[in-house]
Every structure is written in structure tokens, then in C-alpha cells.
Design a protein around this ligand. Structure first.
Ligand SMILES: [Zn+2]
Ligand SMILES: [Zn+2]
Length: 364
């Protein structure tokens, strides 16, 4: 079977949109026609050459579409169903899978590093050579086969351009608050970084019942967006000490670093109160190291932890997020940014690299 997809050949080179070979769905797989694919920070790490990946590779892992065909053993999905992709197909057997963290699955991490599915294959080829999959997915394609377990049914009539955001940014940001940071109702929550994931951390904090949500970002447009989505106070990094003085002079109960750079992690930890919790949500470039003051943990008893893909099995977290979408508590539409066709995928990547305040979407 053939499809058109965007191929990454190396940092500094444009993505190439071309026809490639796609393996027919196997018994446990479904064939999905992608309708909307978000450009995520993870894709940008690869594009910028900050993470080494095998090439050529189809990037993209935040996708929504409709089921086109199902394998013989698939009984919970049928053609026509609207689905959002999870990028965590997992082995189901390792310690992380058993504790309900498929995104941390050791087999999945190996597959992501190798640019394949869990079984080491990709099901994609061009000119007789293997084409690799970004984040065990490879969604920047018109058609894609995925394991039925990672095609999560959306139900209802949620527009697919909004639904795509659920597949990575929303699960990551909202999940990090609800399932890892777990602020007490009435807490002061600090969100560092107001990109896509940060905006969902803000919404997660609102859903969790935080009394004050302080959002920090150098860009004014992003702060305005955060304020619309529930941040009670916003500040640039320089303004933060003054802003926190009025709400939490000892620091926030919980701080989330939605950027993941060493400076933002130190900053988040610094503005967490004694005994509070800092959660690293954004992913750093490969090789980055943290320079930490042990007194933060001994004398000040702070906790520093991280959250991968919302710290919950996407199959359990997604239905909960959908309930919040239906009730209006979780807003997707304001976070949808500019849209591009697959042929204009390089403009989409550029818009995302330039820091578009809304999620950049490719509509294959
Ligand atoms: Zn992502
Ligand atoms: Zn596993």
C-alpha cells in the first residue's frame, strides 16, 4: 500500500514530502487516515539536531484521524471511528508497564531511540530502504498503520483539529498536574513556560482546584493566552519575585517546569516553597545536566520529580480528559494555532520553531 508522508533526512535539511510504501495492517493493527497532526517540541528536538535519530524518518506523534480499516483481531474499533493516537504502544510486561506507566516502558524507549515500533520493524519503506518512525508513531503521513491499542476512540463529535492536541500536549500537561504534581485544592501552582504544554498545565491546575495559578514566560502573547485559560497571575521571569510576593512569599506549593531546560528547572525549584514539589515536564536536549544545590532537598525538603506523558496510562487518562472537554473545563480550541497542508510541512515546522503561540497543525 502507498501513502504520502513527510521525511526527515537530517538537521538543517527540509522535510521531503513523497510517496512511501506502507505495510498492510497486521491482525492487531488499524489503518488510520490522519486528519490533523500537531508539531510537538519533541519533533523540534529532532529537527534541530538535538536528539540523534535514524533517518529517513517520518516525524509527528500527536495525531487524530479516522479508522480506515482494521486487522482481523481488532474488535473494539471499526472503519469510520474517530481516533486520537497515543504514542505509547508498550510491552505490557516490564516493571513500568505493570505500574501503569506505558510511556516509561523500557521496550518503548528502546523503540523510540531506534525509530521503530516495539517489534523492531517500522512497516514503512522508500526505494527499498527502511523509513523510520518518530516517537514510535510517524504521524506526518496521510495514512498510517498503528497498533489498535494506541488508536484511542474519541466518540462524540469533537473536531479532529482540536482532538489532535489530546494526543500529546494535553495528556502531557494536564496529566502532569493531575497525576504527578497533584496539588491540594487551594494550592498555589507555578507554571514555568507558557507554550502548548504549559498552557495545559495551567488548565490542569485550574481543574485540580488551585487557588492561585501563576504562569511565567518571557513572551507577552503567551501570558495573555495563559490568563484567558485560567492563570490568576502572569509574569515575565524578571517580574516573578514581585508577583509571588503578593500570593506566595515563601514560594509555590507546586511548580511545573514546562520547558525542560536546565535554567528553567533550577528556576522552578528555586520558586517552590520549602517542602513543596517541583515537577519537570518539558524534555531537555540530549546531554543536558542539572546543577543542583543539595540544601534544596536536605535543609528545605523540596521534592523534584518528573512526569512523562502525563504519568498515567493514556487509555485511562484520555476518557477523563474527554469528560473535561465536554464539560468545558478543558479547552482545546484556543490552543489550536495555524494549519498547513502536508505539502507545506516545512512552513509548519518553521512556524513552530518561531514560537507560534498556538499549536501548529499539519492537515494531511
Ligand atoms: Zn509530543
Ligand atoms: Zn513495558
Amino acid at each position: 500500500m502507498k501513502t504520502r508522508a513527510a521525511l526527515f533526512h537530517g538537521a538543517g535539511q527540509p522535510l521531503e514530502v513523497r510517496e512511501i510504501e506502507l505495510r498492510e495492517p497486521r491482525p492487531h493493527e488499524v489503518l488510520v487516515r490522519l486528519k490533523a497532526v500537531g508539531v510537538c517540541g519533541t519533533d523540534l528536538h529532532v529537527v534541530k539536531g538535538e536528539w540523534e535519530r535514524p533517518k529517513p524518518m517520518v516525524l509527528g506523534h500527536e495525531g487524530a484521524g479516522t479508522v480506515e480499516a482494521v486487522g482481523a483481531e481488532v474488535d473494539l474499533l471499526q472503519p469510520g471511528d474517530a481516533v486520537v493516537l497515543s504514542w505509547a504502544p508498550s510491552c505490557g510486561e516490564c516493571a513500568d508497564c505493570r505500574r501503569g506507566r506505558p510511556a516509561a516502558c523500557i521496550e518503548l524507549q528502546r523503540a523510540i531511540g531506534n525509530g521503530t515500533l516495539l517489534d523492531g520493524t517500522t512497516g514503512l519503506a522508500a526505494d527499498g530502504e527502511t523509513v523510520y518512525r518518530g516517537t514510535a508513531t510517524g504521524a506526518l503521513s496521510e495514512l498510517l498503520t498503528v497498533d489498535a491499542d494506541v488508536a484511542l476512540p474519541l466518540g462524540g463529535d469533537l473536531p479532529l483539529q482540536h482532538a489532535a492536541l489530546l494526543g500529546c500536549a494535553a495528556l502531557t500537561g494536564v496529566g502532569a498536574v493531575l497525576f504527578q504534581a497533584r496539588p491540594e485544592p487551594g494550592s498555589v501552582v507555578l507554571v514555568v513556560g507558557a507554550g502548548g504544554v504549559g498552557q495545559f498545565c495551567v488548565q490542569g491546575a485550574r481543574i485540580a482546584g488551585a487557588a492561585e495559578i501563576v504562569c511565567v514566560d518571557p513572551l507577552e502573547a503567551r501570558l495573555e493566552q495563559a490568563a484567558r485559560l485560567g492563570a490568576s497571575r502572569t509574569a515575565t521571569p524578571e517580574e516573578l519575585p514581585e508577583t509571588l510576593r503578593g500570593v506566595a512569599p515563601d514560594g509555590a506549593d507546586v511548580a511545573l517546569d514546562a520547558v525542560g531546560a536546565p535554567e528553567t528547572t533550577s528556576f522552578s525549584l528555586r520558586w517552590t516553597r520549602n517542602g513543596g514539589r517541583t515537577v519537570l515536564v518539558g524534555l531537555p536536549a540530549a546531554g543536558e545536566r542539572l546543577d543542583l544545590d543539595p540544601a534544596e532537598f536536605v535543609r528545605r525538603e523540596k521534592e523534584l520529580t518528573g512526569s512523562m506523558y502525563g504519568s498515567e496510562d493514556p487509555r485511562h487518562a484520555l476518557p477523563l480528559l474527554l469528560e473535561h472537554v465536554r464539560s468545558g473545563a478543558l479547552q482545546l480550541e484556543p490552543l489550536v494555532g495555524p494549519t498547513f497542508t502536508l505539502d507545506d510541512v516545512n512552513e509548519a515546522v518553521e512556524a513552530s520553531l518561531a514560537g507560534s503561540p498556538g499549536r501548529v497543525l499539519v492537515l494531511p
